[in-house]
Design a protein around this ligand. Structure first.
Ligand SMILES: Nc1ncnc2c1ncn2[C@@H]1O[C@H](COP(=O)(O)OP(=O)(O)OP(=O)(O)O)[C@@H](O)[C@H]1O
Ligand SMILES: CC(C)(CO)[C@@H](O)C(=O)[O-]
Ligand code: BAL
Length: 281
């Protein structure tokens, strides 16, 4: 299976692909799990050739400790990808290869989508995501690119990025894959103790009950209820819970017919930051 380390090598290999084949891209930060595997399988089933990128992008980390502790295991990742399809091209560049000596973040106007939730609590995070994803799109020039709904706000930002930068790529959203007890799969779950990994199913169960309550109660009441659930649970520290319009991501004030809503949450467990979301209608 081709492991590509440089932009030059990537470019040469892409030139050898027949124009009649569509190209799929799955951007990741590695430490692959079943959530990533679903994205990769879907890309393989829908494209003639697939590139999986593995790059822990420093410009999207607002917290140095989080970047340092981010799980990395390239040889295991390569085994996982090979088991899906040995023709997949893996692009795993170094930080220098991507940023040279200039680890800098581009500034975008994401029309406010980056000002709430993840954007509010992770300063400049989405400019960092935009900077790397735009570069990956320019290098790979994929027909289709695959992103998980676990990072639903990121998905909205990527769609906005493609619109404002006029990048000709089809963005394919993929549903959230969960562990047996409901916790959304995430590379950072590796940093949780076994006990906490089971207990953290509580986050999704709370979202499910909140969804039921949303049928009869106001957004404010539902939010109050969720906040109280987490106050009672000492093992978790909730950072935010919002019910938001899926298009604008602005927090819901009054329910409107014909609009779609999702609930979004970020919670700390054992110092690990976990996010999740659920469709409310
Ligand atoms: N449980 C999941 N279900 C569906 N897609 C997922 C899931 N986890 C990650 N993805 C998607 O995989 C892609 C790569 O994500 P990334 O490598 O950051 O992994 P991650 O598990 O989200 O890690 P972390 O949240 O700890 O950074 C993103 O598009 C992300 O949304
Ligand atoms: C899209 C991405 C690969 C950009 O670094 C990252 O944010 C991720 O893995 O979700
Ligand atoms: N999957 C989200 C990337 C991040 O947390 O930086």
């Amino acid at each position: 299976m081709p492991l590509i380390r440089t932009k030059k090598d990537l470019d040469q290999r892409l030139k050898n692909i027949s124009n009649s084949l569509t190209l799929g891209l799955v951007p990741t930060m590695g430490a692959l799990h079943k959530g990533h595997i679903e994205l990769i399988k879907r890309a393989v089933s829908e494209n003639g050739r697939v590139v999986v990128s593995i790059f822990v992008n420093p410009t999207q980390f607002n917290n140095k400790e989080d970047l340092k502790k981010y799980p990395r295991d390239l040889s295991k990742d390569l085994e996982i990808i090979k088991a899906v399809d040995s023709e997949i091209m893996v692009f795993a560049p170094s930080v220098e290869e991507i940023y040279q000596k200039n680890v800098q973040t581009k500034k975008y106007n994401f029309a406010g989508l980056d000002k709430v939730m993840e954007g509010e609590f992770r300063d400049d995070h989405f400019n960092g995501v935009g900077t790397i994803v735009e570069q990956l799109f320019n290098l790979v020039k994929p027909d289709n690119a695959y992103f998980g709904e676990k990072d639903f706000q990121q998905l909205r930002i990527i769609k906005k990025l493609v619109e404002i930068q006029k990048i000709p790529v089809n963005i394919v959203p993929c549903p959230i894959v969960r562990e047996e007890h409901g916790l959304a799969m995430s590379s950072r779950n590796e940093r949780l103790s076994e006990k906490m990994r089971l207990k953290a199913g509580f986050i999704y169960k709370t979202l499910q009950t909140a969804k039921e309550k949303f049928g009869t109660k106001s957004a404010l009441k539902v939010k109050e209820w969720v906040v109280n659930q987490f106050i009672k649970e000492e093992d978790f520290k909730m950072e935010y819970f919002e019910i938001a319009d899926i298009e604008t991501l602005s927090p819901l004030k009054r329910k409107e017919k014909n609009k779609k809503y999702r609930a979004f949450i970020a919670v700390y467990a054992e110092d690990v930051r976990l996010i999740d979301n659920i469709a409310f209608n």
